[in-house]
Ligand binder design. Structure first.
Ligand code: 8YV
Length: 331
């Protein structure tokens, strides 16, 4: 008799092709309604599953991990960031955690460039003018944005995504600066023509555009604190396609309101999916561009993420080490 299939509970709808394959391979429970699971539903899923496949919309905190049933051995996150999961608590309980790194790098870097361009060149405001009947014709002083070429871009977090942004930004004529936990090797630095800043404060004070690309961990929570944000120049733009929690959003909002910062492009928020009314007001005034966490939202990317989840689950269930294990040392 073959080995029993694992009970895999997926918390959200995934692309059809991924769900179909998972149903073939595993005893899979889908979430057809696609509503984010309530805490009670998540608790039930943790108690009964062999494998849980959550997403960023599921908060698997230490209390929930304590509710895990004896069968739960793997949490295969559909997503790169794992700040939605209490990793320490899971690992302590002997639950393996995996994620989907690498496959959303290019899409997220594209969206970061889109936000840089949108904010500096006022694309969203401009695109709204014609449908709103506000365009009376070309004028020399109307809808002026800021030039990108020649400006300094400071990347906070120079991992895969940060480097993919650097490659694109070079082609736009931006000068690349970065701050990272570890300095890149010299050959990579040279290839990216990137300048390393040991001091984040000093880098922030000298940049025209700052892009946040580090993961959210206990060490990076409010890394851009109220104190640090003050280093930014009043004509600078701040872009975030990482996690809202890395920036003190209230402090950022205040600075945008008072004109201490020229603008921001945000794809992520501190309390998703709720977005502060103050930020929405700033968006209406053309001060910020807000996107609903869509940095990695491409059909191709979602399929790649699903494939990674399948490989992680299957490899684990076959008794091998899954390729995308999240280790405590990574956090
Ligand atoms: C994903 C993301 O869509 O993978 C990540 O870390 O931020 C997103 O782009 C989301 O996490 C899916 O769970």
């Amino acid at each position: 008799m073959g080995k029993k299939k694992p009970l895999v509970i997926i918390t959200r709808r995934l692309p059809d092709r991924i769900e179909t394959r998972m149903c073939e391979l595993f005893d899979t429970r889908l979430n057809i309604e696609d509503a984010a699971m309530s805490r009670a539903k998540l608790t039930e899923a943790m108690a009964s599953a062999d494998v849980l496949v959550p997403t960023v919309t599921d908060r698997i905190d230490a209390d929930l991990v304590r509710e895990a049933g004896p069968n739960l051995k793997l949490i295969a996150n559909f997503g790169n960031g794992v700040d939605n999961i209490a990793i320490g608590a899971a690992l302590e309980r002997g639950i393996t955690v995996t994620n989907t790194p690498g496959v959303l790098t290019e899409d997220t870097a594209d969206m970061t460039m889109a936000l840089i361009l949108a904010v500096a060149r006022r694309i969203v405001e401009g695109a709204g003018a014609i449908p709103a009947n506000e365009w009376t014709g070309w004028a020399p002083t109307w809808m002026l944005g800021r030039r990108i070429t020649g400006k300094r871009l400071g990347i906070v977090g120079m991992g895969r995504i940060g480097q993919a942004i650097a490659r694109r930004a070079r082609a736009f004529g931006l000068q690349i600066h970065y701050h990272n936990r570890r300095r890149l090797s010299l050959p990579i630095e040279e290839k990216l023509e990137a300048t390393y800043w040991d001091s984040l404060d000093q880098m922030l004070a000298r940049m025209d555009i700052v892009s946040v690309n580090c993961p959210h961990t206990p060490a990076t929570y409010h890394l851009l604190s109220a104190r640090r944000l003050k280093y930014l120049r009043p004509d600078a733009f701040l872009i975030n396609t990482s996690r809202g929690e890395v920036i003190d959003e209230n402090a950022l909002t205040r600075m945008l309101e008072t004109g201490e910062l020229a603008g921001a492009g945000l794809d992520v928020f501190e309390h998703e999916p709720s977005v502060s009314p103050k930020l929405i007001k700033l968006a209406r005034a053309g001060k910020v561009t807000l996107l609903p966490h869509m940095g990695s939202a491409t059909s191709e990317g979602r399929l790649d993420m699903g494939e990674k989840v399948i490989v992680n689950v299957q490899t684990f269930w076959d008794g091998h080490r899954p390729p995308d294990r999240v280790l405590a040392a990574m956090l």
